[in-house]
Write a protein of this length. Structure first.
Length: 300
C-alpha cells in the first residue's frame, strides 16, 4: 500500500519586479545567491542526518513512506512527496493519518522559505497543492499533479496563499485525517483554512501560532520538558510576525505610491495587485488579533 502523493507548485509574487530591476552582474549574483540559499534549505531536508532523525521517530518515519524531491524553475518551486510501496502498511486509516502527517511536515518545511522570501526580499508565495501524480528528475517535472497544482495556483489562489486543488478536499478520508491530526497536535487549529470565497488554503500563520499556544496540551507538555526551547520558539515566532507585518506594510506603501500619474486603465490593473496585499493584510490581522500575546504585530 502507498500513502497519498503531495505535489506543490509555488510562485513568488513580486519576482518580476525584482528581476526587472537587476541591471548589473553584482545585483544578479546577489539575487542568485538568495535563490541558492532557498534551494540549499530544501536540499538539507534530504541529507543523511535528517533521515537518521526520522528513523528514530516511532510514530512516523517520513522517509520510510516517501521520496521527497523538488525543482526550481526560475521563480517557481515544485515539490513532491512521492509515496513508496510499503508492505507493512495495511490499514486504510493509517494510510490517511500518515498522509496527513506528511502535509504538516510540508508546511513546517515551507516556513523557512516563506520567512526568507518576505523578510529578505519582500516576496510572498502563491501556490497550489494537488494529490495527483508528479515525477521530478533533476530540474524536470512532469505529470498530472503538476498541472493540477499549477491550475490551483493560477486560477484559485489569486491572493498570496497556497490553495488546495479540488480533488484534495473531495477525498473525505484525507480531509478528516488532517482535521483529526489538527485536534491531536494543534488543539483543533486546522492547517486547511476555508476562505470567504470558498477556496481552501494552507494556513501558515495559524500553524505558527499553534506551535507556541500553551492552551494546547501537546505544547504545554513540551514546555514542561524543555521551557528554554519554548522561549526560543516564542522569540522566533514574534520575529516572524514582526517581519511579516513590516513586509506587508512596505509593499502596500510601495504600491500606493505607484498610483501617481497613472491613467484609469493602469490604475485598475494596479488596484488588482493592491487587492492581493490587502487580502494578505487581512489574513495577517485576523490571525493575530485573537491572540493577545501577539496583538502588537497587528498591521494598523
Amino acid at each position: 500500500m502507498k500513502l497519498v502523493q503531495w505535489t506543490l507548485f509555488i510562485d513568488m509574487l513580486g519576482y518580476r519586479d525584482i528581476n526587472g530591476a537587476i541591471n548589473s552582474e553584482a545585483k544578479a549574483k546577489e539575487f542568485i545567491a538568495f535563490m541558492e540559499e532557498n534551494k540549499a534549505g530544501l536540499n538539507f531536508t534530504n541529507r543523511t542526518e535528517v533521515k537518521e532523525q526520522y528513523k528514530k521517530d516511532k510514530a512516523f518515519n517520513l522517509y520510510e513512506y516517501y521520496d521527497v524531491k523538488h525543482a526550481f524553475v526560475s521563480d517557481s518551486l515544485i515539490i513532491t512527496f512521492s509515496p513508496k510501496e510499503v508492505r507493512t502498511l495495511k490499514k486504510i486509516k493509517m494510510k490517511y493519518m500518515h498522509s496527513a502527517n506528511a502535509l504538516f511536515i510540508i508546511l513546517m518545511r515551507l516556513q523557512a522559505i516563506i520567512f526568507s522570501c518576505f523578510s529578505q526580499k519582500g516576496l510572498f508565495l502563491r501556490g497550489g497543492i494537488s494529490t495527483k501524480y508528479c515525477y521530478i528528475k533533476d530540474e524536470f517535472a512532469v505529470g498530472e499533479g503538476l498541472i493540477s497544482a499549477y491550475k490551483a495556483e493560477s486560477s484559485l489562489a489569486i491572493y498570496p496563499r497556497i490553495a488546495f486543488s479540488p480533488e484534495v478536499l473531495k477525498d473525505k478520508q484525507l480531509k478528516d485525517s488532517v482535521t483529526d491530526l489538527s485536534k491531536i497536535m494543534y488543539g483543533g487549529n486546522n492547517i486547511i483554512k476555508l476562505d470567504s470565497d470558498g477556496v481552501h488554503y494552507l494556513d501558515y500563520l495559524g500553524y505558527n501560532l499553534s506551535t507556541v499556544d500553551m492552551r494546547i496540551p501537546m505544547v504545554a507538555g513540551l514546555v514542561a520538558k524543555n521551557p528554554h526551547q519554548y522561549l526560543l520558539s516564542v522569540q522566533h515566532i514574534k520575529l516572524f510576525f514582526e517581519k511579516h507585518a513590516k513586509a506587508v506594510e512596505d509593499k502596500l506603501t510601495e504600491l500606493e505610491a505607484r498610483k501617481t500619474g497613472l491613467n484609469a486603465e493602469k490604475l485598475e490593473k494596479l488596484q488588482k495587485v493592491i487587492d492581493k496585499f490587502l487580502w494578505l493584510k487581512n489574513y495577517h490581522n485576523s490571525s493575530l488579533s485573537i491572540h493577545q500575546n501577539y496583538s502588537e504585530y497587528v498591521i494598523k
